[in-house]
Design a protein around this ligand. Structure first.
Ligand SMILES: Cc1cc2nc3c(=O)[nH]c(=O)nc-3n(C[C@H](O)[C@H](O)[C@H](O)COP(=O)(O)O)c2cc1C
Length: 250
């Protein structure tokens, strides 16, 4: 099995792709395998991923291809795309294919087979030395701002998840072998992005974070189960989106 856990510490956003290497047929197979093998958060949500050249989008990052994610619009469809896309991100990283989640990118097609365009991930092959080797290069909030209760062995790893404008909208309460995962609706204090737009991207971020959590629990030998919670209260600072029950394997 490919070790995606250790890719958490290597991955980074390629805001500009430099010194890229053309993707070979073998690399294209890796990209297709990454898409095919990614597990959904909710298998009932229909999704499609289309692979296009960067020139077919508005992006000018120096990427070779863009993976366009389309989905039906149901509860948790944005989290589902985040969850799937992050597996692809980590798998491509393990094969030295650099990525960028690109919320600002525009496509020519707003829908595909009746599914709505959600977001893209831009990709290009780079050198293995272009990935992170130093934890200090991650810019993240101090753990105590996003975690309440006892720490778990991977608390400092899971916060390395990527998020739109690095807003890190997750908030965790750990009590009695249960983890309550909230989306912080006030995480992005960036005046230039309207809250409604941030909420859209932050739901994708939460799916990314849930995948990081699953990976961390598994790698650290925990038994766990999770339950998605659909609640839509207005004007709350934090929205509960998922509850994990966990136990360390003996
Ligand atoms: C949902 C989502 C959308 C993003 N959109 C953009 C984008 O449009 N342009 C960009 O340069 N970076 C984008 N990013 C990358 C973030 O800025 C980046 O993940 C964050 O700053 C943390 O840095 P790191 O990924 O290198 O750890 C996006 C990330 C996510 C998760």
């Amino acid at each position: 099995m490919v070790d995606l856990y250790n890719q958490i510490f290597r991955r980074k956003s390629f805001h500009k792709f430099k010194n890229t290497i053309p993707l070979t047929n073998q690399d294209l197979k890796i990209v297709n395998d990454a898409i095919k093998n990614a597990k959904p958060l909710d298998e009932n949500i229909k999704i499609k991923v289309d692979i296009v050249k960067e020139s077919q989008t508005s992006c000018k990052l120096g990427a070779e291809l863009c993976l366009l994610f389309y989905s039906e619009e149901t509860n948790f469809y944005l989290e589902n795309i985040g969850y799937i896309g992050e597996q692809i991100d980590l798998y491509l990283t393990s094969n030295n294919i650099g990525t960028l989640w690109c919320g600002l990118g525009k496509t020519k097609t707003d829908s595909l087979d009746g599914l709505k365009y959600v977001i893209m991930i831009c990709i290009a092959k780079v050198s293995k030395n272009d990935f992170r080797t130093d934890l200090n290069s991650f810019k993240r909030k101090p753990l105590k701002e996003t975690w309440e209760g006892d720490l778990l062995p991977f608390s400092n790893s899971v916060i390395l998840a990527p998020s739109a404008v690095n807003s890190q909208p997750w908030y965790i309460v750990n009590q009695n072998n249960e983890l309550f995962v909230y989306r912080n609706n006030k995480a992005a204090k960036f005046g230039f992005i309207p809250l409604k737009i941030m909420k859209y991207y932050n739901q994708i971020d939460m799916g990314i974070y849930l995948y990081f959590l699953d990976l961390c629990f598994t790698f650290n030998s925990f038994d766990f189960s999770k339950e998605l919670i659909f609640s839509n209260p207005k004007n709350t600072n934090k929205t509960l989106i998922c509850k994990y029950s966990y136990k360390k394997k003996v």
